[in-house]
Write a protein that binds this ligand. Structure first.
Ligand code: PLP
Length: 490
């Protein structure tokens, strides 16, 4: 580690980064390269001798940047956002600066203590009940992803129930979600040893905006119990991936309680919005859940990676995740007066993510964070309004946050006499529209299929997006729909 070079190259890197952001709109948002492009451009093996940073950065610019899909472009409306901020950048630098491996309190007391403080701050901002906070009877931990959080909570729930009914009954355990629940739940069920046939994706319908019905949940659970199975884990989602549907937490938790199930609330995208009083209602009923997680890397200005998980009963988690490695033994752990986060996660090694989140919270403050989130919602409202003014389109489901789900309507397609307007044809026309929009390079949007409908998703929330970008996105949509269904036909 050459400190003179660190300073020199560090300044160069900051220049590179700021230049990248300054010019980001010059690149097509969706990368236009073909598979295998990079192998043709880079040498066959690693260099034997050192290469100067100047050469490496030039190659980044010439060969890597063209192969990127520019998630930080203000014209990126795909998937869910991966927001960044000055504080997120600087926080990530500090994480790397210290590069501590804070698996237990001893290994870096500040890393552990800051994490407990930040998780309580954030829990307070979300108005989580005290039962989820360290200042109450629970606590929070930072993971790298929702997947990791779900592995830990599902393993805890599994062990809790098996300690009562016997390990030999693992094949009887059943996991519940809806057909809108993220694939994380099915994947993790398999990882923790639940037979794949024991995952229930309960059907949702457009009439209930694709939310999980507590009544259908109860019926499904009862039928499983009659068949001798054991319900043990329910995932409710606040902000589903396809359409940001919000499952009714209170009634779902009531059903789960009747059958002794662990409830995990997956709010990967939408959880952050709940720091605004006007969105907090979406997690009403959270007091009945056992665990709650959201990804700060998605819509909370905290660079990858940072998933915030709170649990009501940390000892359930630590019972399943604890290890007792002789080389890690120390007096602080034995005193039971400290938190050892290695026992709250899968790996032993852990990053000092808390400092990044701390920087974000302090640099922006609650008021500004709320304002940023609200500004995205306001822009999404604007886009939704534009869609509604064009009679060729329909907004498919009510917008809850900053995602607008829309499509060319079946009636517009049949009016234009384009194709027989069965669902398949409607879907094909919408798919063609999305391909044309993305092929332009100006914007990037993605799709979902819900209730058999192919819908376009415009997810607003990239840190640099402003009203003008949203207006431009709509213009691009209109230009391409004009080629399919000219307005003159109407
Ligand atoms: N849950 C929901 C609702 C999501 O939208 C996503 C990703 O978009 C995930 C879970 C997966 O998150 P991760 O990649 O952090 O595991």
């Amino acid at each position: 580690l050459d400190l003179v070079e660190l300073r020199r190259q560090g300044h160069m890197m900051i220049d590179f980064i700021t230049d990248y952001y300054q010019n980001i709109e010059k690149h097509p948002v969706l990368s236009q390269v073909q598979p295998g492009y990079l192998k043709q451009r880079l040498p066959e093996s690693a260099p034997y001798n050192p290469e100067p940073i100047e050469t490496i950065l030039r190659d980044v610019q010439d060969h890597i940047v063209p192969g990127l899909t520019h998630w930080q472009s203000p014209n990126h409306f795909a998937y869910f956002p991966a927001t960044i901020s000055t504080a997120g950048f600087l926080g990530e630098m500090l994480t790397t600066c210290f590069n501590v491996v804070g698996f237990n309190w001893m290994a870096s007391p500040a890393a552990t203590e800051l994490e407990t403080i930040v998780m309580d701050w954030l829990g307070d901002m979300l108005k989580l009940p005290n039962s989820f906070l360290f200042s109450g009877t629970g606590g929070g931990v930072l993971h790298g992803s929702t997947h990791e959080s779900v592995v830990c909570t599902m393993a805890a729930a599994r062990d809790q129930i098996l300690s009562r009914i016997g390990e030999e009954n693992i094949g009887k355990l059943v996991v519940y979600g809806s057909d809108q629940t993220h694939s994380v739940i099915q994947k993790v069920s398999q990882i923790v040893g639940i037979p794949s046939k024991n995952f229930r994706a309960i059907e949702t319908t457009i009439s209930s905006s694709f939310t999980l019905s507590p009544e259908t949940l109860r019926l499904t659970v009862c039928s499983d119990m009659k068949a001798g199975l054991v319900p043990f884990y329910l995932c409710a989602t606040v902000g589903t991936t396809a359409t940001t549907a919000v499952d009714p937490l209170g009634p779902l938790c009531d059903v789960a309680k009747d059958y002794g199930m662990w409830v995990h609330v997956d709010a990967a995208y939408a959880g952050s919005a709940c720091i605004c009083p006007e969105f907090r209602q979406y997690i009403d009923g959270i007091e009945g859940a056992n665990s709650f997680s959201f990804n700060a890397q998605k819509w909370f200005f905290t660079a990858l990676d940072c998933c915030c998980l709170w649990v009501k009963n940390p000892s359930a988690l630590t019972k399943s995740m604890s290890t007792d490695l002789e080389v890690l033994r120390n007096k602080a752990s034995e005193s039971k007066r400290v938190v050892d986060f290695k026992d709250w996660q899968i790996a032993l090694t852990r990053r000092f993510r808390a400092i990044k989140l701390w920087l974000v919270l302090r640099s922006y403050g609650v008021a500004n964070l709320r304002n940023f989130l609200r500004s995205h919602v306001k822009m999404a409202k604007r886009f939704e309004g534009l869609v509604r003014t064009d009679e060729r389109f329909e907004v498919v489901v009510p917008r809850n946050f900053a995602l607008v789900c829309f499509r060319i309507s079946p009636s517009a397609i049949s009016k234009a006499n384009l194709t027989p307007s069965d669902e398949k044809c409607v879907n094909e026309v919408n798919c063609k529209l999305l391909e044309a929009i993305n092929g332009s390079g100006w914007v990037y949007m993605t799709h979902a299929v819900v209730g058999g409908m192919y819908v376009l998703r415009c997810a607003i929330g990239a840190s640099l997006t402003e009203e003008k970008h949203v207006a431009m996105a709509w213009k691009v949509v209109q230009e391409h729909v004009d080629a399919i269904l000219p307005l003159t036909m109407y």
